[in-house]
Design a protein around this ligand. Sequence first.
Ligand code: 4AD
Ligand code: MG
Length: 431
Amino acid sequence: MIVQISDFLRHVGEEVTIQGWMYNKRGSGKIYFLQLRDGSGMVQGVVAESEVTPAVMAKAEQLQMESSCKVTGIVSKHPKLENVFELQVNDIEIGQIPFEDYPIAKKEHGPDFLLDHRHLWLRSKRQWAIQRIRNQIIRAVYMFFDQRGFIKIDTPIFTPNACEGATTLFELEYFDEGKVYLSQSGQLYLEAAIMAVGKAFDFGPTFRAEKSKTKRHLTEFWMMDAEAAYLEHEDSMKLQEDLVTFVIQHCLQNCLAELEALERNIEPLKKIKTPFKRLTYTEAIDELHQRGSDIQFGQDLGNDDEVLLTQDSEVPVFIHKWPKSIKPFYMKTDPENSDLVLNDDLIGTEGSGELIGGSQREDDYDTLKAAILKEGLQGPEYQWYLDLRKYGSVPHSGFGLGLERMVRYVCGIEHIRETIPFPRMLTRMRP
Ligand code: 4AD
Ligand code: MG
């Protein structure tokens, strides 16, 4: 019977076959300990000379790192460790023995070497754990929005207009239509969709020609945008904190083995509950000054500022109501201060930085039109967007969660390049 390693708990004492790879081996002659993986998990296979035929013993000897193989044996509980199993091997069927040595050895490799071998690096335990957590985060997002009555709407990737400023657009020629861009965010299209379906989210690849080399920026990343009609600024922040809390709880319930494989200290994650802390941008600048920063009102927050603002907090922090001058055209003016907009950035704890950017959207036709022109954007490409303020305009808000930022946060990893299977960055396009 073919069984997944992750199901071993239900097969103790039974003979099973696993289909996978051998990633390491110890022992010699009389007994071999095979480290086996099948994608669902990892297990130690014990091959004892006293229990198997000489032919099986010979195959155990032949197996090299990353050989593919099917291994049959009896599932047993680890003598000492809880929830750890072993396979008492009876038979081995070799698939392929690598005909060159596997390039990723146990020794330490530099990041460039590992990234050049990303197609193989993905097999390592740490990368395996990260991708499984990423998958659970995606699942959690879908579950959350389904429970809240949002439907998934797929927004286009080729777009004629900019959503997040012209400086980070990837441009390409589109047949006879001229220049188009790769989407920076599906937001503008979601705004159209919610006037039909009320509440919607999208989840797909987005692109930014980020010229900066940081541990938090990719040029291709996955974003979940959410948008809802009749949702206003305060309630949008509530939705955001509920989403982030839900995702973290889901990971704590479903990814303990993976978090352990990453040696992630989960205590900080356990402490995350709503409500999150809220600071206006103005308060944040004051607080930064008190902490010795020389940031000026009207400047964007840097990584160091974000760390300063969250270092004493057990929960993520919203920085909201930013100066209009440094934010995109579509954000709604704060009715209490026309220099500010009703937006928020959500900053994670433990130095993880910005997870979400969101805002209430300008719903007045003339105000929005003026903002578009002021930003120097081409009027005609935004006419359909303006139309939404012509035919039954309503207050509405939304936000975008960067998937890789969230994976980085949950996994507690330093560099965003490990959060996505094949990272694209300023100087990295391959494999
Ligand atoms: O804050 P941003 O730019 O917001 C928007 O694009 C809005 N249109 C979203 C909306 O309201 N629907 O991006 C949203 C999130 C950021 O908070 C961050 O988590 C992530 O996307 N992000 C990046 N992640 C990785 N690499 C990059 N270069 C990123 N740029 C933004
Ligand atoms: Mg942002």
